[in-house]
Design a protein around this ligand. Structure first.
Ligand SMILES: [Zn+2]
Length: 242
């Protein structure tokens, strides 16, 4: 166990070094001082706790649903503020579905969210790597895995559909999430099988993410939460699952 912990610390140190290196190289290349890299006005979301970060997302979604969006951080001033450095407060792993645009449904703007979108919101090595980078280097306080109503990828996995090309890789990534957990069509479940399957897939992908030693270390330190959510296409409402 000792060597495992040691390797975790080393990998985190290396990650942080990588992050500093990226910023340092950019600064040197551009010939800029650290002063210029600092945003001109405070970003209110910078020092949030994981629970506060979740609240900001929920409040943003409420504005979206209530048609009271504030369109924060979407002006040119913000663009120039974050041009040389980012501190997104939250990461979202969402589906590629065109009806679930992340910044829009959470009423956020430039530099706020670190977003990975892939059909079926599945956790692959590349998604894990991206989200580890977001959390360990950029400092995201929450990772929200978000499934949605009438997801085509989950539907295809549920039906065991024959699909061309690499689409099957998505189905394979979803299949273990729904195996033995959802009833057949017409069963006495409280909600339709596709909705049950989509929610089971979200929770499965959340648990898969938590097996990342980099993320687990941040979770244990109270610096990160990984949670699941479900997006209702009809109302725009995001509901937390876990
Ligand atoms: Zn989908």
């Amino acid at each position: 166990m000792g060597s495992k912990n040691q390797s975790r610390s080393v990998s985190r140190r290396n990650l942080l070094k990588f992050g500093a290196g990226v910023l340092g190289t950019s600064a040197i290349a551009a010939g800029l001082s650290s002063e210029i890299l600092t945003p001109r006005r405070a970003i209110a979301t910078e020092n949030l706790t994981p629970d506060q970060a979740i609240d900001v997302l929920i409040e943003g979604n409420r504005r979206f649903v209530d048609r009271k969006r504030k369109y924060p951080h979407q002006d040119f001033v913000r663009l120039t503020e974050v041009a040389m450095g980012q501190k997104p407060f939250a990461a979202v792993l969402g589906c590629a579905d065109s009806r679930v645009p992340t910044e829009m449904v959470f009423d956020q703007g430039l530099g706020d969210l670190f977003v990975c979108r892939v059909a079926g919101n599945v956790v692959t090595d590349e998604e894990v790597g991206s989200l580890e980078y977001g959390a360990a280097v950029l400092g995201t306080k929450v990772i929200l895995v978000m499934g949605h109503e009438r997801c085509g990828a989950v539907s295809a996995a549920l039906k065991g559909a024959q699909v061309p090309g690499k689409i099957g890789s998505l189905i394979e990534a979803i299949r273990p999430a729904i195996a033995g957990k959802v009833g057949s069509v017409g069963s006495k479940e409280a909600y339709p099988p596709l909705e049950a399957a989509t929610k089971a897939n979200v929770l499965y992908q959340v648990e898969k993410l938590k097996t990342s030693p980099v993320l687990a270390q941040l979770i244990q330190a109270g610096k990160l939460k990984v949670i699941g959510a479900y997006y209702d296409l009809d109302t725009g409402t995001v509901t937390r699952l876990a």
